[in-house]
Design a protein around this ligand. Structure first.
Ligand SMILES: Nc1ncnc2c1ncn2[C@@H]1O[C@H](COP(=O)(O)OP(=O)(O)OP(=O)(O)O)[C@@H](O)[C@H]1O
Ligand SMILES: [Mg+2]
Length: 265
């Protein structure tokens, strides 16, 4: 019998899928609107003698303007996946493509550029600068760009209006409500017009009414063309997305389109 060593048997399909994909820059690929493509992603941690697989063999793609809810119990790998998608963490194995570009091939400058320009991150705990005003928190990512001051100001004002915080521009985070803080965080995530908005339990620290306000804002952003990936435990939140990906023990157990856009009205 023709025996294949286990590591080769496991490695080969990945290499083949990636090679097939990279070698097929056909017209279809060039015109497709695929924003995220994950191919056999693994993330493993070695803890003493034990290895924990936070992500196992994840393959999926997300197209422009999709609204995806990532669901699953605590410890199922949701945040790990978001961190990999947001280029805050690297997978142990597998490939991740953003705008058809392989992230592992990017140099530090390209990665910094992607993190700042392509991805907007919203966290459960807001992560705002405590001593900075709402205005300054939102403006922050623009300071890394070469945008002139007048344009930075115009852009920050525009975003403050979008998240309905014009009246609170000079308030620091501790002078804002939870929902307002999260809106500052969403504004900061949007200010560079990223291709993807990633939100990890953005309503987890909010009461249900304030949580609904934030979700309404996500709905509006989605209608305006943003691509959103949102982690949630809450099935009602999941129902607002147009696709649900469910994880269990680092594996995808469900990937379902809940509704299709672009059909006849
Ligand atoms: N730095 C780390 N070192 C070791 N194990 C880790 C590390 N980060 C995460 N894990 C493990 O990986 C698994 C997935 O963690 P992750 O934070 O992605 O879960 P989650 O689905 O976001 O959970 P929650 O809903 O509680 O936020 C867990 O079992 C966790 O203990
Ligand atoms: Mg998490």
């Amino acid at each position: 019998m023709n025996r294949v060593p286990i590591h080769e048997a496991r490695e080969k399909p990945v290499a083949k899928v990636v090679a097939d994909y990279e070698g097929s820059a056909t017209d279809r690929d060039r015109t497709s609107k695929v924003l995220i493509r994950a191919v056999d992603l693994w993330k493993s941690y070695r803890m003493g003698t034990q290895t924990i697989h936070a992500l196992r063999n994840l393959s999926f793609q997300v197209e422009e303007n999709e609204y995806v809810a990532i669901m699953g119990p605590s410890g199922s790998g949701k945040s790990t996946l978001m961190n990999v998608i947001g280029c805050l963490d690297t997978p142990t194995r597998g490939q991740y493509f953003l705008h058809e570009k392989r992230v592992s091939s990017m140099d530090d400058d390209e990665l910094a550029q992607v993190r700042n320009q392509e991805i907007g991150f919203v966290f459960q705990t807001f992560n705002l600068l405590a001593r900075a005003s709402a205005y300054q928190n939102i403006e922050l990512p623009l300071l890394y760009s070469r945008l002139p001051r007048s344009q930075r100001r115009a852009r920050t004002r525009e975003i403050l209006a979008q998240v309905e915080l014009e009246e609170r521009a000079n308030h620091r985070p501790n002078e804002l409500s939870g929902g307002q803080r999260q809106r500052v965080a969403i504004g900061r995530a949007l200010v560079n017009r990223p291709s993807i908005l990633l939100a990890d339990e953005p309503t987890g620290n909010l009461d249900s009414r304030t949580g609904r306000e934030i979700l309404n804002l996500f709905d509006t952003l989605h209608r305006k063309g943003n691509t959103i990936l949102l982690v949630t435990h809450d099935p009602d939140v999941g129902d607002r997305a147009d696709r649900v990906i469910e994880l269990l023990d680092g594996k995808i157990t469900r990937d379902e389109k809940l509704r299709f856009r672009g059909g006849p009205v």
